[in-house]
Design a protein around this ligand. Structure first.
Ligand SMILES: [Zn+2]
Length: 293
């Protein structure tokens, strides 16, 4: 790439980021989810704030330049220092303010998320090195202990190939990240290893293995109940089932969307006018199905 193209690319990337920041709701006020566990909405993915014995654990750090805003909200509930950050996945609206926090704050992600972050231009800049993960895991990892225990789980690709389910064991709360961003078609980020073929199955594995959850912090909308999360897995499996049948029947993605019929419990879901245009996720799932044949 020429220097001019590189500079132009950086300007464009900056413009995209600025546009993304402008589209996101402003940083919201911290709100209680459970005892010693809070959530800060806005400016990207929901940040969980967990008051552990030795310090504060954050899950996700929103878009860039929100570090001080996050810390200001944390300071309204505790004076303890931030000691750990868990990133649910690689996206810049969940990892964007990692580097605001001091280098001794331990950052934990799935190993594939670390690999995905290494590809991000922002983390190729040595100045942002302290925002990169310090510790990774493969299938499961328990952090802290006793009453503070946090369990990290990985069940395979969905939104990306590095999606962590964060369980605050004794608070009966799951942070599902963007695997469950909202009650709509998910963003399947194929460029970061996401998969529409695996999506519903991955949620099904999580639903079968994770126990004793009441409340689910979602990537980008209000908290949900455990059953909503379980149902979201079913939604994605039914969506895939219809994609397979529609491709076989020779329907276009648009026709697949038009003929999608779902149980009544999904009537509040946003299916049209969103991601992928009139064909929605059938576009990306068709491509995956055709590749796997
Ligand atoms: Zn995401």
């Amino acid at each position: 790439m020429t220097r001019r193209a590189l500079v132009l690319g950086l300007i464009l990337a900056g413009g995209v980021l600025a546009a993304a920041a402008a589209q996101q709701p402003p940083l919201g006020k911290i709100e209680k989810v459970a005892d010693g566990l809070y959530r800060i909405p806005g400016q990207g993915g929901a940040t969980a704030v967990y008051l552990a014995g030795n310090g504060v654990v954050l899950v996700d750090t929103k878009l860039a330049n929100n570090g001080q805003g996050i810390l200001d909200q944390v300071r309204t509930v505790t004076d303890k220092p931030v000691t750990m950050i868990i990133n649910t996945h690689t996206h810049g609206d969940h990892t964007g303010s990692n580097m605001f926090f001091p280098a001794n704050v331990e950052i934990v992600t799935h190993e594939n998320t670390k690999a995905n972050m290494e590809k991000m231009p922002v983390y190729q800049d040595p100045a942002n090195k302290n925002g990169m993960p310090d510790r990774t895991y493969k299938d499961r990892l328990t952090l802290l202990g006793g009453n503070d225990a946090i369990d990290l789980y990985y069940f395979g690709p969905a939104h990306t190939n590095g999606d962590t389910f964060v369980v605050f064991r004794n608070r009966r709360v799951l942070h599902a990240g963007d695997v469950f961003a909202n009650t709509a078609q998910p963003f399947i980020d194929v460029s970061n290893g996401g998969s529409g073929l695996a999506y519903g199955e991955t949620i099904g594995k999580a639903a079968a293995a994770i126990k004793n959850i009441d409340t689910v912090i979602t990537g980008h909308t209000d908290v949900k109940k455990w059953q909503d999360f379980v149902d979201y897995g079913e939604f994605n499996r039914l969506f895939l089932q219809h994609a397979r049948a529609s491709l076989k029947a020779g329907r276009t993605p648009e026709q697949a969307m038009a003929t999608l019929q779902l149980p009544a419990k999904f009537k509040g879901y946003t299916l049209t006018g969103g991601r992928g245009g009139p064909g929605g996720n059938f576009n990306v799932i068709y491509q995956e199905l055709q590749k796997s044949q």
